[in-house]
Ligand binder design. Structure first.
Ligand code: UD1
Ligand code: MG
Length: 455
C-alpha cells in the first residue's frame, strides 16, 4: 500500500482515571497502541508515525524504534495531534491513514479494504464509519437528504436530534497529503471541549467543494474505541473470544472457553488440550499433544510436545517433551526442564537446568542448580543456595540418588552415580560413585518405650 499511517497516541485518557497513559493499558496482554501499530504494519503501510505526548517516553519505549515518533506538546486535540506529523511528511504526496491508538481491535484486512475504496472514490478525504445500536460517546456522521456526508459532530457538541443518529465515526480516516496540513491550520477550537478536532476536517473540505466520503464497515467490534475501564473490559472480551476461536480452528481443544485466557502473542500447536482455569501469557509457545491445566498459568514459557502440566505457575522458562509437572509447581525464570523429566507436587525450581529423565517427585526446592540425567531427588530435599549474602550453585552429575530430606549446601558438586543418604546435610563435594552420609548413627535402647508407657 503506498500509504503511511499516523497513529494518535498523545492523549491522557482522562476517563480511564489512571496514571498510566491510556494507550499503554493492555488488551490481550499487549498495550493497545501496539495492536494498532501491528495492524498498520500488517496492512502493509510504508511508514508509521506515532504521535506521542502524555507519557511520551513511556509510550516510545514500549513501542520501540520500529516506528517514527512526533511529539505533541501540549495536547490540544486530535486535529492538533495530526499537525505534528507535518515535518515528518514534508515531502510526502499521497494518502495518510489516520488511526487512533485507543482502538486495539483493528483488522488489517478491513483497513486495506477501506484504503482501496477511498482510492477508487477519488475523494480528498474518507472516514470509516459503522452503525451502532448504542452510539453513545462517539462522533456522529451527519449526512444530507441525498446521503452525502456533511461532517462529524462530537457527542458533547451534538443536539438531541444528532445524538439519535447511529452512524458513528470510527476515528479512522484516509486523507490526502499535503492538502491535509493546509486544512488543519484552518481548524478552530470553538467547541464544547476547546480542542482542535480532526473530525472538522471533513466539513471544512466539503465547504471548500472537495469530495468527501464515508465508508461503512459491518465490523462493529474492530472499531471499539477505549475511553473507559468498562470499554477496556469490553474490548478484552471481544479479543479473548477471537483468540480462543482462532486456536480452536487450528485444532486446539479448549474445554472451557469461559475460564481460559490466552494472550495475543501465544502460540499453540494442534491436538493440545487446554483444561479449565488456564492463563497463557506473553510469548508462551506450546507444542502439539500437550495437556495444559486445569489451573495453569504460563507466562513466556516454551513447552515441548506431549507434556502435561497441571496446577502450575511457570514463567520465563523452558519445558521439554513428555514432561509431567504438578500439581502445585512453581517454575521460576531461567529454568530449563529437559525431556521426560517428572516433577511431582509442591516443587519450586529456579534458575536451574534439570536434564533428561530426572525425577523430582515431592516437596523440593531446586535453586541455582545444574542437574544431570536420571537423577532421583528424594522427598523434602533442598538446594541450600543462599548464605545470606550470595547465591551459589549446586552441580549434580548423572544418575545421582539423593535420599529424602537432604540439604545440599552450595557451592557443592555431586559426582555421577553418587548416593546421598537420607537426612544428610552435604557441605563437601561427593566423588563419583561414593556414598555420603552425615547423620548421627541410630542407637537402640531395649525396653525403654515399654517402661515409658507403663508409668
Ligand atoms: C474520537 C473522535 C470521535 C470518534 C472516536 C472514535 C475527535 C474529536 N473525536 O473521539 O469522533 O468517534 O475518536 O474512537 O477526533 N489524542 C492525541 N492528542 C490529543 C487528543 C487525542 O494524540 O490532543 C489521541 C488519543 O491518545 C487517542 C485518540 O487521539 O488515541 C482519540 O482521542 P480520544 O480523546 O480518545 O477521542 P474520542 O473522544 O474517543
Ligand atoms: Mg477515544
Amino acid at each position: 500500500m503506498d500509504t503511511i499511517a499516523i497513529i494518535l497516541a498523545a492523549g491522557k485518557g482522562t476517563r480511564m482515571k489512571s496514571t498510566l497513559p491510556k494507550v499503554l493499558h493492555k488488551v490481550g496482554g499487549k498495550p493497545m497502541v501496539e495492536h494498532v501499530v501491528r495492524a498498520a504494519k500488517t496492512a502493509g503501510m510504508e511508514r508509521q508515525i506515532v504521535i506521542i505526548g502524555h507519557g511520551a517516553e513511556a509510550v516510545r519505549q514500549e513501542i520501540g524504534e520500529s516506528v517514527e515518533f512526533a511529539v505533541q506538546e501540549p495536547q490540544l486535540g486530535t486535529g492538533h495531534a495530526v499537525m505534528q506529523a507535518e515535518n515528518a511528511l514534508a515531502n510526502f504526496h499521497g494518502t495518510a491513514m489516520i488511526l487512533c491508538g485507543d482502538t486495539p481491535l483493528l483488522d488489517s484486512n478491513e483497513l486495506k479494504k477501506f484504503y482501496e475504496r477511498h482510492k477508487q472514490s477519488g475523494a480528498s478525504a474518507s472516514v470509516l464509519t459503522t452503525i451502532l445500536d448504542n452510539p453513545f460517546g462517539y462522533g456522529r456522521i451527519i449526512r444530507d437528504g441525498k446521503g452525502d456526508v456533511l461532517g462529524i459532530v462530537e457527542e458533547k457538541d451534538a443536539t438531541e436530534v444528532q445524538k439519535n443518529l447511529h452512524e458513528i465515526n470510527t476515528g479512522i480516516y484516509c486523507l490526502e497529503c499535503p492538502d491535509l496540513f493546509l486544512i488543519l491550520k484552518r481548524l478552530s477550537n470553538n467547541n464544547a471541549q476547546g480542542e482542535y478536532y480532526l473530525t472538522d476536517v471533513i466539513a471544512k473540505l466539503k465547504e471548500m467543494g472537495k469530495k468527501v466520503g464515508a465508508i461503512v464497515t459491518e465490523d462493529h467490534d474492530m472499531v471499539i474505541g477505549i475511553n473507559s475501564r468498562r470499554q477496556l473490559a469490553e474490548a478484552e472480551n471481544v479479543l479473548r473470544q477471537r483468540i480462543l476461536n482462532k486456536w480452536m480452528d487450528e485444532g486446539v481443544t479448549i474445554m472451557d472457553p469461559a475460564s481460559t485466557f490466552i494472550e495475543a502473542d501465544v502460540e499453540i500447536a494442534s491436538d493440545t488440550v487446554i483444561r479449565p482455569f488456564t492463563w497463557l501469557e506473553g510469548k508462551t509457545k506450546i507444542a502439539k499433544n500437550c495437556e495444559i491445566g486445569p489451573n495453569a498459568r504460563l507466562t513466556n514459557v516454551k513447552v515441548g510436545e506431549s507434556t502435561h502440566l497441571q496446577f502450575i505457575y511457570a514463567h520465563d522458562c523452558q519445558v521439554g517433551d513428555e514432561v509431567t509437572a504438578g500439581p502445585f509447581v512453581h517454575l521460576r525464570p531461567d529454568t530449563v526442564i529437559k525431556n521426560k523429566v517428572k516433577i511431582g507436587n509442591f516443587i519450586e525450581v529456579k534458575n536451574s537446568t534439570i536434564d533428561e529423565g530426572s525425577k523430582l517427585p515431592h516437596l523440593s526446592y531446586i535453586g541455582d542448580t545444574d542437574m544431570g540425567c536420571n537423577v532421583n531427588v528424594g522427598c523434602g530435599s533442598i538446594m541450600v543456595n543462599y548464605d545470606g549474602k550470595k547465591k551459589h550453585r549446586t552441580k549434580i552429575g548423572n544418575k545421582v540418588f539423593i535420599g529424602c530430606n537432604s540439604n545440599l549446601v552450595a557451592p557443592v558438586t555431586l559426582g555421577d552415580e553418587s548416593f546421598i543418604a537420607a537426612g544428610s546435610t552435604i557441605t563437601k563435594d561427593v566423588p563419583e560413585g561414593a556414598l555420603a552420609i552425615t547423620r548421627e548413627k541410630q542407637k537402640i535402647i531395649d525396653n525403654w518405650a515399654k517402661k515409658y508407657f507403663q508409668d
